[in-house]
Design a binder for this molecule. Structure first.
Ligand code: ATP
Ligand code: MG
Length: 600
């Protein structure tokens, strides 16, 4: 391919819409263009990268024995109603784009494909003799993300590889999960990424065991906690830990303390010398359920801890979905939702805030669901709000003065410095990660809901065991840029680079240079190298800059030395240069490329 024919449009300045390096570079180097919020056009260079990533994913999926397929993106609401996910995905904070057709039938644009594939399995699979079987596809998914951002990292239309496996037993599902985990490891390695498998929350997809693959990068939206010996790594959404011990509070009895304008933990500690772990803070939320219930929730936490909304949502869904339908959203309770906001002494609330504050608010249930984190309930004696502006209680205890002990759960975020559950003397450290893949053991949740059954070896009828396995193909490509770039631009790993080599004609006015460059270009092409020829009538400096910006791994420069039979070879990563005879450099280049394509 000739650069003159590449429709290469690079930007000199950083685009204002981009906050992180990979997003900035993909825009500047002419890989993507924004069409609308979270919706991007993949320009020809990007499409080459995505095809290379897809080819690696395909090879590794095929090697596991999975069959490639292509499922519809338009999905009937009925399937999602049968699995019980329609409301959760379309109402409240639901992320499914949905519409009505001309017959007023409801449809959704696929954010994921468990329902469609399970309905197919119900149709196609009859006997244990057909099992196990796995199917995968690579296609665009649609999710109306609440906060689309960072370019391809969180799009509303993006490319995903999703795979689904069906089994006759839980053991066979666990075996396949292991096979997929290894295949994923190979995929990310081959794409030149450093990725880490971590324990994950199973979220709205459901099921039991699940692991995420995280590309470590400062711009990652996820926080990973891991032990120094590598025996434990988990997404913070899921991570469990032993909190650092609280400092004991010395107080003989419970007294009132005047705390004017000290409505934050920090102000309270500054003014009175408390440690945050001696204080109980209260968080008020509203949980909305499918059947219309808006349930106020009061959570008590130790002052040095943070609420983990994923854990709390999971607990609410698990305990109440049976009675109230799926949890649709969990949001902060705003004073404006109350009939009389002046009842709410924000910053001075205690765990025993009376239900009376909810009186006269017809949209809300009339009493709080009261919960506490284990670490809050474990405090013998603590400081907490007095439910009156500018006052706290010091020396409060659960079970005394009307402070009923709420139900205790794990609803806090594991933090850096916490202890490992199995070995509390080992502390956890944290790093940021970009989730590029997620694998689940779903079990029988979907097969039971959608009646996907088979006859087992004993002739009995049972529901299929299921796994599902996703890779964000477009997110992965951008994550590669996040891990591989420098000041001058992108530094693509060879296996996913749009082109492996660019041959640069320093001056197109010099026939000797043009002739030699054309010859080298043809030769590289003939030997199967993905090569570009920069034949533009531009200054050499401009061409070098562009080659660096778009991140081509190797640059072969045909310049003034051409007359004497000397060219220059530059490796993008590390910028090492060497001069030599074309034949010698070409041989070295081809040999090195062969290794690099294999990720060596
Ligand atoms: P996240 O937690 O980042 O929202 P998720 O857990 O909802 O992602 P999955 O349902 O596990 O995502 O989807 C499989 C993979 O698809 C993810 O591991 C991720 O790489 C990719 N992915 C998910 N959402 C997006 C998105 N909005 N844009 C680009 N890629 C995405
Ligand atoms: Mg996920």
């Amino acid at each position: 391919m000739r650069v003159s024919a590449l429709l290469l449009v690079t930007l000199r300045d950083d685009p204002a819409e981009a906050e992180i390096p990979s997003h900035r570079l993909l825009l500047r180097a002419g890989y993507i263009r924004r069409v609308a919020s979270g919706i991007y056009a993949y320009l020809p260079l990007m499409w080459r990268v995505l095809r290379k990533v897809s080819a690696i994913v395909r090879e590794e999926m095929d090697a596991t024995g999975a069959l490639e397929t292509l499922l519809p993106q338009l999905q009937p609401a009925e399937l999602w109603q049968r699995s019980g996910r329609w409301a959760g995905y379309t109402a409240g904070e639901g992320i499914m784009f949905h519409l009505q057709d001309r017959q007023e039938r409801e449809l959704g644009l696929g954010p994921t494909h468990e329902e469609v594939i399970t309905a197919l399995a119900a149709d196609l699979l009859r006997s244990y003799r057909q099992l196990p079987v796995s199917l995968y596809q690579i296609q665009s998914k649609f999710r109306d993300e609440i906060r689309p951002r960072f370019g391809l990292m969180r799009g509303r239309e993006f490319i995903m590889k999703d795979a689904y496996s069906f089994h006759a037993s839980a053991e066979d599902l666990a075996r396949e999960f292991g096979v997929m985990e290894k295949a994923y490891g190979r995929i990310f390695r081959r794409c030149g990424l450093q990725a880490l498998a971590v324990e994950a929350d199973s979220g709205a997809i459901g099921g039991s065991a699940s692991k995420e693959f995280m590309v470590t990068a400062a711009a990652g939206e996820d926080l990973i906690l891991r032990s120094a010996d590598g025996s434990y790594a988990a997404n913070q959404e899921r991570a469990e830990s032993v909190a650092q011990p609280a400092l004991a509070l010395e107080a003989e009895r419970c007294t009132l303390l005047e705390t004017p304008a000290q409505g934050t933990i920090e102000a309270l500690c500054d003014a009175h010398g408390f440690h945050p772990s001696q204080i109980i803070k209260v968080i008020l939320l509203v949980a909305r359920f499918e059947q219309g219930r808006a349930q106020p929730v009061l959570v008590s936490l130790r002052g040095d801890q943070q609420l983990n909304e994923v854990k709390l949502s999971n607990a609410l869904q698990q305990d109440h979905a049976q009675d109230w339908g799926s949890l649709l959203s969990l949001q902060a309770l705003e004073a404006t939702q109350l009939a009389d906001a002046s009842y709410l002494p924000l910053g001075f609330i205690g765990p025993d805030l009376g239900d009376a504050v909810l009186r006269g608010s017809p949209q809300l249930e009339s009493s709080f669901l009261r919960l506490a984190d284990h670490t809050a309930l474990a405090l013998d004696c603590f400081v907490c709000g007095a439910n009156r502006a500018d006052q706290h209680r010091v020396g409060a205890q659960w079970g005394q003065h009307g402070l009923a002990a709420p139900m205790a759960l794990d609803v806090r975020c594991a933090l850096e410095g916490d202890g490992l559950i199995d070995e509390p003397t080992q502390t956890l450290c944290s790093s940021r990660g970009i989730e590029v893949g997620h694998i689940f053991q779903l079990g029988r949740k979907y097969s039971e809901a959608l009646d996907a059954r088979f006859t087992n070896e004993q002739g009995r009828d049972e529901a299929l065991w299921m796994g599902c396995y996703g890779i964000g193909v477009s997110r992965l490509a951008q994550a590669a840029v996040e891990q591989h770039h420098d000041e001058a631009g992108i530094v693509w790993p060879v296996p996913i680079a749009p082109f492996e080599v660019v041959v640069v004609i320093a001056s197109t006015k010099e026939p000797v240079q043009v002739e030699l460059a054309e010859r080298l270009y043809s030769e590289l092409k003939a030997s199967g190298v993905d090569v570009l020829l920069d034949d533009r009538n531009e200054r050499a400096g401009v061409k070098f800059k562009d080659a660096e910006l778009i991140g081509i791994p190797w640059r072969l420069v045909v310049g003034r030395g051409a007359a004497e039979g000397v060219v220059e070879l530059v490796e993008r990563a590390g910028n090492a240069r060497r001069d030599g005879a074309p034949a010698e450099l070409m041989a070295a280049l081809k040999e090195r490329l062969q290794q690099q394509r294999l990720g060596l």
